[in-house]
Design a binder for this molecule. Structure first.
Ligand SMILES: [Zn+2]
Length: 247
C-alpha cells in the first residue's frame, strides 16, 4: 500500500487496519443491477477501495430512473447503465477496476457471464433473476447479499450457502417483473446496508445478517427483523452441506 492509499483510506484503516484494507483491495465483488440499489452499493464499495467491482445490467438509463439511481445523470439518458455507472465509479476512485456485463442474465448464460468472485450483491429489481443468481451463489458457494425495496420499505439479508436459508427457502414464489413505486432514499438506506455487509464479510468483522431478514419501514422510521428457517427439502440448497462439513 502506498502513502496516498494510506491517507485515502485512513479513516477506515482505523477500523480494520492495513490488513483489512488489503483484503478489500484483493476482493472481487459482483453487483447484479446498476440501478437504485446498485448505485449506493457500488459507490460505497468503490470508495472503500474494493479492488474489482463487476457490474451487471443490460438496461439503459431512462428518465424514470433518475429519482433514485444517482450514478446516472440526466445527460446519461439512453446510455447503458453499466457504462454510465463505471464512468462515475472510476471518477470517484480511479485506483479500482470496474468490469461490466451488459447482457441480460438468463439461466443459460449466467454461469459463463459471471466470473469468479468473493461476494455477490443482489441489487436486482425482479424475482426471476434473483432466483437465478441464488442458484449460482449456492452452486459456487459464494455469499449473496440480498436487498430489495418498494415505496418507503426495504429488506436485507445475507445468504451464506450451506449455513443459512437460501433465497428460495425465503421466497419460493416466482413472479414476473412489475413496476413499483419507490422513493430514492429507500434504496439509499438498503444499498448502504448491503455494502456494509460486504465489507464486514471481507474484513471478517462484526456479525452478518445471516439467517435474519432486516426490514426498514420508512414511514414509521423503524427497523425490525425476523429469523429465517431453511425450507424442508429446498430444491436449491436442500442437499448442500455446510462449509465445515464439506472440508
Ligand atoms: Zn434453500
Amino acid at each position: 500500500m502506498n502513502d496516498f492509499e494510506r491517507e485515502k483510506y485512513s479513516r477506515q484503516i482505523l477500523l480494520f487496519g492495513e490488513e483489512g484494507q488489503e483484503k478489500l483491495k484483493n476482493a472481487k465483488v459482483l453487483v447484479a443491477g446498476a440501478g437504485g440499489l446498485g448505485s449506493p452499493v457500488s459507490t460505497y464499495l468503490a470508495i472503500a477501495g474494493i479492488g474489482k467491482i463487476i457490474l451487471a445490467d443490460f438496461d439503459s438509463v431512462d428518465p424514470s430512473n433518475l429519482n433514485r439511481q444517482f450514478l446516472h445523470h440526466q445527460k446519461d439518458i439512453g446510455r447503458l447503465k453499466v457504462e454510465s455507472a463505471k464512468e462515475k465509479l472510476l471518477s470517484m476512485n480511479p485506483d479500482i477496476e470496474v468490469e461490466t456485463i451488459a447482457e441480460m442474465l438468463t439461466e443459460s448464460n449466467l454461469e459463463a457471464l459471471v466470473p469468479e468472485c468473493d461476494v455477490i450483491v443482489d441489487a436486482l429489481d425482479n424475482l426471476e433473476t434473483r432466483h437465478m443468481l441464488n442458484k449460482l451463489a449456492i452452486k459456487r458457494r459464494i455469499p449473496l447479499i440480498h436487498g430489495a425495496v418498494t415505496g418507503y420499505d426495504g429488506q436485507v439479508t445475507t445468504i451464506v450457502p450451506g449455513e443459512t436459508p437460501c433465497f428460495y427457502c425465503i421466497f419460493p414464489r416466482i413472479s414476473k417483473k412489475e413496476i413499483f413505486p419507490v422513493l430514492g432514499a429507500t434504496p439509499g438506506i438498503i444499498g448502504s446496508i448491503q455494502a456494509n455487509e460486504v465489507i464486514k464479510f471481507l474484513t471478517g468483522q462484526g456479525k452478518l445478517l445471516e439467517g435474519r431478514l432486516l426490514f426498514w419501514n420508512g414511514l414509521s422510521g423503524s427497523f425490525s427483523e425476523i429469523s429465517l428457517s431453511k425450507l424442508n427439502n429446498c430444491p436449491v440448497c436442500g442437499t448442500l452441506k455446510t462449509i465445515s462439513e464439506k472440508k
